[in-house]
Each structure stands twice: as C-alpha cells, then as structure tokens.
Design a protein around this ligand. Structure first.
Ligand code: KIV
Ligand code: NA
Length: 265
C-alpha cells in the first residue's frame, strides 16, 4: 500500500473517493487500523474518556498525547498519523508550536488536530502550516468546549449554521489541510463539504462529507454506556476486531456508512 499523504488526501476529494479515518491509542490497534487500509489514524484526546475513564477530554495532557502517539506510530507504516492538540496546548501560538514540535518531531505524527476557529487558533494553524506541520482543523461540536456549550450538544442548528460555515472557510484560509466536522445537522455537513477545497471528514455530520471518522472503541461496541447516534457497532455479528474495522473501511468507501439514521436534522 502506498503511503497516505496530504496531497493524496486532496486528490481523493477531487476524485470523489471517500477518506477513512479512525482513532487508535496503542500499537496493537494501530496495526489493525493499518492492516484494514484506514487512510488516517487519529490519536484523539478522546483517549481521556475511552482509555482513562474521565468525564471529558479536558484532563488529557501533552505528555500523555506524546506517549500514545509514540506507541501508535510504531504500529503504522502507510497510514497517515494525526494527533490531537490537548486542551490548552493551543493557548497561544508559541505553545501550539512547541506542542506541534513534540507531537510531530518527537512522537512521529504527520499532522496535528486543533479545535475551533478563534483568532489565536487561526494564527496557530497558520504558524504550524508555515513550519511544514500540516493541520487538521476541528469544528462543530468541539469536545474541548463542553463547558461553553453546556454539554455535548449538536452545533450549527438554524442561524448558527452560517457561523460554522464562515469558521470552516477561515480555517481553510489559515492553511488547514483537512477539517474534522463533528455533531452538526447533515445538510450543514453537506454545505461545508461543498464550500471547501480541503477534505471535510465528518463524525455525526451526515453522509455527504468527503470522509468519516469514528472512535475505535465506539465502533467496536466496547465504550461503556449508550452508543452515540452517529456511531455503529461494526463488531456485532463479526468474528474479530480486524473484520469489524475492515467492514467500517468498506462501508465508508462505498457510502453505506453513515446512513440517514446516523445523522442529525
Ligand atoms: O478525540 C477524538 O477522538 C476526536 C475525533 C472524534 C474526531 O477528536
Ligand atoms: Na479530539
């Protein structure tokens, strides 16, 4: 398999080929993700919830992100490795550059993901991109803003749709290579995807995005509690983790996942 690259991801959007992204937190899961042909492995700060058992992603530290990213990097070869900037590692441009240097230079990520489109975030996206660190932007239901939102609530409904669209254009303008769009109505997911030149990877953003991302423990049905509406248990009725991830890859590529039932209106 040819290595996945940023230009390759842009070509996939241009050619209408769906991009598959999935989280991984350790070397064994990374090897499964690699073997299944996932395009992008994300070391998400969701690890704070699904690995550490915390109530939000906020307690996750840069040290922990570096540790998990290092482990995941050892399990990958062709899959592109993206790592989350943890809460407050993007508090200003110089912190964001330091965090980017550690996640990429030390841990082996090829891209960092940053939530939001506040002025200092746009500046950081630009500064990282200028230093050859590709950035994945993240808009919509950005989990690090849980206290501002007052819970994990769908964003971009009604009048707020225009703000999400203008934020998406702003992160693209700042230099972001791709965008993760989370927890927005499916019609807005489609609008943002059409408006941007860069690939838009959805999670609870409808079927029209250029690609999809899920939390691996959610799509294996092992995250405690109620499964989120936008996810699906791909292990149900299958014999192994490998088969489940392969089915996820196949269903995203074919457009079978997500279907309307996984989206918001
Ligand atoms: O932390 C994470 O896993 C994420 C994805 C759900 C996009 O940010
Ligand atoms: Na995250």
């Amino acid at each position: 398999r040819k290595p996945v690259t940023v230009p390759g991801l842009h070509a996939m959007k241009a050619e209408g080929r769906k991009i598959v992204m999935l989280t991984a937190y350790d070397a064994s899961f990374a090897a499964q993700v690699e073997h299944a042909g996932v395009d992008i492995a994300l070391v998400g700060d969701s690890l704070g919830m699904v690995v550490q058992g915390q109530r939000s992603t906020l307690p996750v530290t840069l040290e922990q992100m570096v540790y998990h990213t290092t482990m995941v990097a050892r399990g990958l070869s062709a899959t592109l490795l993206a790592a989350d900037m943890p809460f407050m590692a993007d508090r200003d441009v110089s912190y964001a550059l330091e965090a980017g240097a550690r996640l990429v230079g030390e841990a082996g990520a090829a891209m960092v993901k940053i939530e939001g489109a506040a002025p200092h975030i746009l500046e950081s996206i630009h500064a990282l991109t200028e230093r050859a660190i590709p950035v994945c932007a993240h808009l919509g239901l950005t989990p690090q803003s849980v206290h501002k939102f007052g819970g994990y609530k769908v964003q971009g409904r009604a009048d707020a749709a225009e703000r999400v669209l203008s934020e998406a254009l702003a992160v693209q303008q700042a230099g972001a290579s791709i965008l993760v769009l989370e927890g927005v109505p499916s019609p807005l997911g489609e609008r943002v995807t059409r408006a941007l030149d860069i690939p838009v990877i959805g999670i609870g953003a409808g079927p029209q995005c250029d690609g999809q991302v899920l939390v691996v423990y959610d799509m294996l049905g092992i995250t405690p509690g109620k499964r989120p509406k936008f996810s699906k248990d791909f292990l149900a009725g299958r014999g192994s983790v490998g088969e489940a991830i392969a089915a996820y890859v196949a269903d995203v590529r074919s457009g079978a996942f997500p279907s309307a039932e996984h989206g918001y209106n």
